[in-house]
Structure formats: structure tokens, C-alpha cells
Design a protein around this ligand. Structure first.
Ligand code: NDP
Ligand code: RET
Length: 278
């Protein structure tokens, strides 16, 4: 459990995909801490309903919805432009949104939807907002990854269109990209007041598994060690709020402590090369 007492009065936070699941509970907790929260979500109806719930529960009226579809690079660029124009500061960026489904869908940019949403969008968004994060330092970027990254690998030759790659595990590959992106981002922002962490939230009962067969979903929810979405929010909150963890920038966290990644998750040559794709 995140035990930080940090208050966020005067601070601005962006959380992607926070109308439901783990992101919702991150937003709710940070609203209790008086943050100005920008809910970066794709569905206006769902986002506004979640926003009203958070305002009603916390009394914090500084909750704003800004529409973004993370499976569209144009939408990500437009969102970042609006933020840069309208916001004077950005203290915490939480790249939480993610999807897990078949990789046969392609975006308008010709990317596999799952790779576009889980890796290319947070990669692009963070880089577009980096100057604002740096001018607001000390600031933080949290990238929500998964232990699933441990069976992932990065294949640059078909990263944009992995459906051509038989035997791929696209979700796991995107989560490995999150781990590596975080490590290289930490290297690039060293000494600039921006800290970044990748997080495994735990195996949580959320809508992430909505595209799986209902029988599998039913079996999963009977798994006794499954966390609630609120429990899944804790490590993200720890990385966003805890004092004195800046020296671990770039690391991967699970259960509110630094955790180990796969060997591929420590390959800095691959991490650096991520900046050459897109
Ligand atoms: N649940 C688990 O066991 C685990 C989850 N994770 C990670 O945690 C993160 C949160 O997932 P979780 O809460 O479980 O899942 P949910 O499906 O409950 O929430 C995902 C959120 O992402 C949003 N989203 C999806 N696609 C887009 C898009 N194109 N543009 C904008 N927003 C989008 C969803 O919006 P909408 O409601 O409109 O679909 C939703 O708000 C993900 O990165 C996931 O990979 C990691 C390990 C385990
Ligand atoms: C498939 C399946 C199971 C396990 C699923 C697990 C462990 C999923 C983990 C998913 C993660 C970590 C996703 C997020 O990144 C159970 C419940 C054992 C039994 C029912 C079928």
C-alpha cells in the first residue's frame, strides 16, 4: 500500500485511461490530495461520468476531461498541443491506458492497435510534453507496464506491424517496450529534475480482459490472488508520490518496491533504439 502523505495542492497531473480500472483509482486518490487532474480519456461519456463521481466523492472540483484517442498519433499530437497551450505546468504524467486483445486490428497510421496504444502513444506523448515536465521539475513520469513483459521481446523489423510476425506475443512485447522506454528516458533526463518509473500494478480485476472469451474471464475472477483495481493503483501512487525515490529513476516497480525485469528489460542498446522508431 502506498503510505505517502504527499499533498498535491498547486500540482497538475495527467492520467491516461482513467475513466475505469486502475487509472480511475489513481485519479481518485490524487484528487483527495488536491491535485488538478487532467483525465486523458477517449470516451467523453465514460470520462465525464467518472469525473463527476470523483468530484462528488472528493469535493475536488479541479478535475478536467481532455479527449485523446491513444490509438491515433494525430489525436496524441493534438492533445499534447492543447496541454502545452493551456497548461502552465505538468508535475506528474501517468501513462496508464493500455489494451490487451488480438493484434489483427490496424490504426489509421497503419500501426497495430495494441502497439500503438500501449507503446507508441505514451512514447510520443511523453516526448511532446517533456519540456513542460522539465520546466515544472521536480516532475515524474510513470509508465504502467506488466510482469507480462518478461515473456516479451522487441523485433524492430516488424514493431509497427507485428501481425506479420507469427508467434508474437504483442501485449508482452509492448510492456517490454514500456520498461525499456522508461530506462532510456531516465538516462536522457538525468540531472534535469524528471524521474521516471515503470510499474507492474499486479494481476487486477479490471476491464483489461474484456476481449477474452467469457469463460476465461470467469475463471480469472475466481483466482484468489487477483487484486482489486484500487489495490492495483498502489504501486503507481507510490512511484508518483513517495519522497526520496528519485535515485531509482528508470527502475521497474512492483508492490511499492524496485523489482527485477527480464534480461531483455535491461538491454540499453535496444532501449536507445526505441527513439529511432516512429
Ligand atoms: N489488470 C491487470 O491485471 C493488469 C493491468 N496492467 C496494465 O494496467 C494499465 C491499466 O489497465 P486496467 O485498468 O487493468 O484496464 P482497463 O481496461 O480497466 O482500463 C484501461 C483504460 O485505458 C483506456 N484506453 C484503452 N484504449 C485507449 C485509447 N485508444 N485511447 C485512450 N484511452 C484508452 C480505457 O478506456 P475505455 O474505457 O474507453 O476503453 C480505460 O480507461 C494498462 O496499461 C495495463 O496493461 C498491467 C498488468 C496487469
Ligand atoms: C488465464 C487464466 C488464469 C491466469 C491469468 C493470468 C495470471 C493473467 C495475468 C495477466 C496479466 C499479468 C496481465 C496484465 O499485464 C488463471 C486465473 C490462473 C486461471 C484461469 C485462466
Amino acid at each position: 500500500v502506498c503510505t505517502s502523505k504527499t499533498d498535491l495542492t498547486g500540482k497538475t497531473v495527467i492520467i491516461t485511461g482513467c475513466n475505469t480500472g486502475i487509472g480511475y483509482y489513481v485519479a481518485l486518490d490524487l484528487a483527495f490530495r488536491n491535485a488538478r487532474i487532467i483525465m486523458a480519456c477517449r470516451n467523453a461519456e465514460k470520462a465525464n461520468a467518472a469525473k463527476e463521481k470523483i468530484i462528488a466523492e472528493t469535493g475536488n472540483k479541479q478535475i478536467v476531461f481532455q479527449q485523446v484517442n491513444l490509438s491515433s498519433l494525430q489525436s496524441v499530437r493534438q492533445f499534447a498541443e492543447r496541454i502545452i497551450k493551456e497548461e502552465s505546468r505538468l508535475d506528474i504524467l501517468i501513462n496508464n491506458a493500455g489494451i490487451m486483445h488480438s493484434n489483427s486490428l490496424l490504426t489509421e497510421d497503419g500501426l497495430t492497435t495494441i502497439y500503438a496504444t500501449n507503446h507508441f502513444a505514451p512514447f510520443l506523448l511523453t516526448n511532446l510534453l517533456l519540456d513542460l515536465l522539465q520546466s515544472s521539475a521536480p516532475s515524474r513520469v510513470i509508465n504502467v507496464s506488466s510482469h507480462g513483459h518478461k515473456i516479451g521481446s522487441i523485433r524492430f523489423e516488424n514493431m509497427k506491424c507485428p501481425m506479420l510476425d507469427d508467434g508474437n506475443r504483442t501485449y508482452a512485447n509492448t510492456k517490454l517496450a514500456n520498461v525499456l522506454f522508461t530506462r532510456e528516458l531516465a538516462r536522457r533526463t538525468e540531472g534535469k529534475g524528471v524521474s521516471t518509473f515503470s510499474v507492474h500494478p499486479g494481476f487486477c480485476d479490471t476491464e483489461l480482459f474484456r476481449f477474452m472469451p467469457s469463460l476465461v474471464q470467469a475463471l480469472m475472477t475466481r483466482y484468489p490472488l487477483m487484486k482489486t483495481a484500487k489495490e492495483g493503483a498502489q504501486t503507481i501512487l507510490h512511484c508518483a508520490l513517495s519522497e526520496g525515490i528519485e535515485s531509482t529513476s528508470g527502475e521497474y516497480y512492483s508492490d511499492c518496491k524496485v523489482s527485477s525485469t527480464s534480461a531483455k528489460g535491461r538491454d540499453m542498446a535496444v532501449a536507445k533504439k526505441l527513439w529511432e522508431v516512429l
